[in-house]
Design a protein around this ligand. Structure first.
Ligand SMILES: [Zn+2]
Length: 305
């Protein structure tokens, strides 16, 4: 009997997929994408800089052989009483079967139209640069697309860049998350197995705590991410929970796709004029990029719904 059990366990071990080491994540190149976005100017919805940023996405993702779609919509802006044009961009990587649900990775590319905590209170109407608040998450997704080209993983992944995440004035929660809400209005439930939102992950002083809402409703995704970080020696992922955030994971989750939020909300330059590239680092981008890359290349560890 004892021998039989040993034999059986050997067979089971033989059947489980061996871990796949993903290609190295190039944090420096990702940091370059962060700088490129900021150099365009604030990516406030409806502006030329926002359009230029989308042009950058089309060019980049198409050069990585991804199919790129856009989703344009208008939002009635209560602050100016005009219809504002917004656009989401979705880059599709297909390495799995046609009917296989995809992994959804999401970041917001808009930057905030106002500087709530400007040191000069007469200047709060100015838009922020959004190096960390916006550009950092996008930069990681752009670099992942390079990996898809050089080392195609055998799963489906959608990279979703949403507009209008950071539009509202403090307390006006209905005027945030505009792009992800629009995206979630489509029939997305069966298209995705799960999602991960990355936001504010570029701080050079990185500390990523488990987000409370994710921990409560989608703990298996958090567990997978934190176990992966520990296994890879990424020591900026903290085991405890700290913040409950209203972010794009709420919209996508409400549409039936379990979605986690990776965020480092201990960023002292948040919504200030100092949210600039020098506060971010290639290493922080790479920490998050490495964890996501491992998850992408090892679909055997994905939580089962
Ligand atoms: Zn923000």
């Amino acid at each position: 009997m004892r021998q039989l059990i040993i034999l059986l366990s050997l067979v089971l071990v033989g059947c489980s997929s061996d871990p796949i080491e993903p290609p190295a994540f190039d944090g420096q190149r990702a940091y370059g994408y962060l700088e490129q976005q900021v150099a365009l100017g604030p990516r406030v919805p409806g502006t030329e800089a926002s359009k230029a940023c989308r042009d950058l996405f089309y060019q980049h993702f198409e050069s990585c052989n991804l199919q790129v779609d856009s989703q344009a919509f208008t939002f009635f802006d209560p602050y100016s009483s005009i219809d504002s044009p917004l656009v989401n961009v979705i880059a599709h990587y297909r390495g799995g079967g046609d009917d296989e649900p995809a992994l959804l990775l999401l970041a917001h590319y808009d930057s905030r139209p106002r500087t709530d905590f400007h040191t000069d209170t007469t200047l709060i109407h100015l838009p922020i640069d959004g190096a960390n608040d916006g550009a950092s998450g996008v930069a990681v997704l752009m670099e992942l697309a390079n990996m898809f080209k050089s080392h195609p993983p055998d799963c489906n992944v959608d990279l979703l860049l949403v507009d209008g995440e950071d539009w509202g004035k403090p307390g006006d929660i209905d005027y945030y998350l505009l792009g992800s809400r629009e995206f979630a209005r489509g029939n997305i439930r069966d298209k995705y197995c799960f999602g991960v939102v990355i936001d504010l992950i570029g701080d050079s002083d990185q500390q990523i705590f488990r987000e409370e809402y994710t921990e409560r409703f989608y703990k298996p995704i958090n567990d997978m991410l934190w176990q992966t970080a520990a296994m890879l020696g990424v020591n900026t992922f903290r085991e405890s929970t700290r913040y409950t955030m209203q972010d794009d994971h709420i919209s996508i989750g409400a549409a039936g796709v379990p979605t986690a939020l990776l965020i480092d909300f201990d960023y002292k330059y948040w919504h200030t004029e100092f949210d600039t590239p020098d506060k971010c680092s290639a290493e922080s981008l790479a920490n998050v990029g490495k964890v996501l890359a491992y998850v992408i290349y090892n679909s055997s560890i994905w939580p089962k719904n």
